[in-house]
Design a protein around this ligand. Structure first.
Ligand SMILES: C[S@@+](CC[C@H](N)C(=O)[O-])C[C@H]1O[C@@H](n2cnc3c(N)ncnc32)[C@H](O)[C@@H]1O
Length: 258
């Protein structure tokens, strides 16, 4: 799996404030409809961007709990949320959420479920934490929606196959609704957000994925440094000549505890 270490945390910190990832985070925020005084759980809170936005929305009468197993990510989230006394950033994971039964009004989890080996178990654990009628919002990419142009499609396919090893499940948005229904949730909406980049924007999702994919494929021995470097160089030269094309769809699944 991808290591959410200090280097990755720093890269995510920059790109997660860019337009692409901000739009995807905003979609989860809008689906959650955070209100004053609510208690909200941010599962896999990462560098705490959504956590801070939720903290502003619930205000000092509310509470936001960010849970993440990565110490580097938690440190980044703690720094970002230091002005909000009503935020706690806690070590934990979807296997055991460090909160009491039926204590949470709403929960969000953005770009986390793809890393889980037990999605039904995670859904049961969130259900335990939610109050009756509590809301769950899960945002994730369906990686079958990825379209990425290359004049060397076989090399592109090898890079994407290597990247597939960095997560557990590439089809979360399609698999989640039946899992939620089986666990006792009503599925209220599945909302697509397509991220399309024709420029290789410095703060874009495509640029972040290129850096992460090249490092991941080489450091795990899936692809040689030469081949991964050639792949990245082709994408940069396509961008320079105006032929870069990348598109992927992130889905926001909204559900209610029945
Ligand atoms: C791609 S980041 C997304 C962070 C944040 N949700 C966002 O959208 O900005 C994935 C995060 O999930 C966390 N994570 C991985 N496995 C987890 C688990 N089992 N439970 C909770 N968080 C997990 C990682 O440590 C990392 O911070």
């Amino acid at each position: 799996m991808l290591e959410f270490d200090a280097q990755t945390t720093h890269l995510l910190d920059t790109v997660y404030q860019g337009a692409d990832v901000t739009r995807r985070r905003q979609a989860s925020f809008d689906a959650l409809k955070p209100g004053p005084g609510e208690t909200i759980l941010d599962i896999g809170s990462g560098n705490g961007l959504l956590t801070a936005e939720l903290a502003r929305a619930v205000g000092p009468d509310g509470r936001v709990i960010g849970v993440d197993p990565s110490g580097d990510m938690r440190q980044s989230a703690i720094r970002r949320c230091r002005d909000f006394d009503w935020v706690d950033i806690i070590d934990g994971s979807t296997r055991h959420l460090p909160v009491a039964d039926a204590s949470i009004d709403k929960a969000a989890s953005v770009q986390v479920f793809e890393y889980l080996s037990d999605i039904p178990g995670a859904v049961d654990e969130v259900r335990r934490a939610l109050k009756p009628d509590g809301k769950l919002v899960v945002g994730d990419i369906h990686f079958d929606s990825l379209v990425w142009f290359s004049n060397a499609p076989e090399r592109m396919a090898r890079m994407l196959a290597a990247w597939d090893n960095h997560f557990v499940e590439r089809r979360v948005p399609a698999l989640l609704p039946p899992i939620l229904r089986k666990a006792g949730f009503g599925v209220e909406a599945v909302h697509p957000i397509t991220i399309c980049d024709h420029q290789l924007k410095p703060d874009g999702l495509a640029n972040m994925m290129m850096i992460l994919m090249e490092n991941y494929a080489v450091s795990n021995g899936y692809i040689s440094q030469q081949e991964a470097g050639d792949w990245a160089a082709e994408q940069r030269s396509l961008a320079a000549e105006g032929s870069f094309f990348f598109s992927v769809t992130h889905f926001v699944v909204s559900a209610k505890k029945l």
